[in-house]
Structures are given as structure tokens and as C-alpha cells.
Design a protein around this ligand. Structure first.
Ligand SMILES: Cc1cc2nc3c(=O)[nH]c(=O)nc-3n(C[C@H](O)[C@H](O)[C@H](O)COP(=O)(O)O)c2cc1C
Length: 158
């Protein structure tokens, strides 16, 4: 099995939403090149329907511009973005997404793609913790191998 096929089969079945775009940061980019089924479920669309769209399709009136500006700055600098955004599903319902987006870099150091891991979170009840991450918790907690593996490669750690 080719490594690319192996990677695809891992991502296809991953319980966490994964979306890969090209590296064109400015409008109309970036363009979604790959999304797994968990991403389709998260955004309430058929996975094949999101290919070719910009991730901006999830935005709405309560998506915070200040966070989007931080996101755009990180993409332009070729840096990681880790944060929380209000996203909208196809049916108009809204959810808070924790997004861990990283540049994929080729051998010459050029950014060739971005990959984001996304999951729905809810605001923790009670007094908010000091860090951004402490104010939210994941909606679905899964105990499969991949989810246990992700913390070890530092996904979603700030
Ligand atoms: C891989 C990837 C995933 C993204 N996921 C989201 C998302 O879930 N929600 C969102 O509002 N923006 C998302 N974005 C950010 C937007 O595509 C865009 O970069 C952002 O709106 C800032 O750029 P702008 O100021 O030109 O709109 C994502 C970007 C990338 C590269």
C-alpha cells in the first residue's frame, strides 16, 4: 500500500474532523481539497459537497472578526493557528469549533497546504479557567485508538 493511500484511509476513518486546503490564503482561497466524513458530519453536509469551497462557508453573524484576523495572520505567516470559532452548519445551527490548523511544508520549506483538525466544543459551566482552552470542553469524547493518540502528538494543546 502506498503511504498516501495509507494516510488517506487513516484520515477517512478518523473520528475527528480533518480538512486540507491549498496554500492560497487570500480570497477566493484557500480552497478545500480534502475533507473526511467526520468533517462532513460536523458541518452537516455531504463530504463531497465541500470539496472546492473555501472554509469561509461555515461563517455567520456570530463568527468573530478578531479571531478570523488572527487566523488570517497565522496563515500568512505560515504558522499554526489554534483557537475557537463560531461555525454554522448547512441547516443554520451554530456550534463552537476548536480548530487546530497547521501549514504543511515541502522539502524546500515552502507552505504547500494547510491541514486543520476541528471538533465541536461547549462552554464549560461555572467559573471560566484562565486559558482559552480551559473555557471549553469537547462535545463527544471518544476512547478509540486515534483519539488517544492525538494528545500525544500535541493536537489541541496550546
Ligand atoms: C484548513 C483550514 C480550515 C479552516 N477552517 C475554518 C473554519 O472552520 N471556520 C472558519 O470560520 N474559518 C476557517 N478557516 C479560515 C478561513 O478560510 C479564512 O482563512 C479566514 O476567514 C481568515 O481569512 P479572511 O480574513 O480572508 O476571511 C480555515 C482555514 C484553513 C486553511
Amino acid at each position: 500500500m502506498l503511504l498516501i493511500d495509507l494516510l488517506r484511509s487513516v484520515l477517512d476513518q478518523a473520528p475527528i474532523a480533518v480538512v486540507i486546503t491549498d496554500a492560497l490564503v487570500e480570497r477566493p482561497g484557500p480552497t478545500i481539497l480534502y475533507a473526511n466524513d467526520a468533517f462532513g458530519r460536523l458541518v452537516g453536509r455531504a463530504t463531497c459537497d465541500v470539496i472546492g469551497l473555501t472554509p469561509r462557508f461555515m461563517q455567520g453573524s456570530e463568527t468573530r472578526r478578531t479571531v478570523l484576523d488572527q487566523f488570517a495572520a497565522a496563515l500568512r505567516a505560515g504558522e499554526r493557528f489554534h483557537g475557537f470559532l463560531t461555525n454554522y452548519r448547512a441547516d443554520g445551527s451554530r456550534y463552537v469549533a476548536e480548530i487546530d490548523c497547521r501549514p504543511l511544508i515541502d522539502a524546500s520549506g515552502r507552505v504547500v497546504n494547510f491541514i486543520a483538525f476541528e471538533r465541536e466544543v461547549v462552554r464549560r459551566r461555572g467559573r471560566p479557567a484562565a486559558s482559552g482552552t480551559g473555557r471549553f470542553e469537547p462535545v463527544a469524547v471518544s476512547h478509540d485508538v486515534l483519539t488517544n493518540f492525538l494528545p500525544r502528538i500535541n493536537l489541541f494543546k496550546s
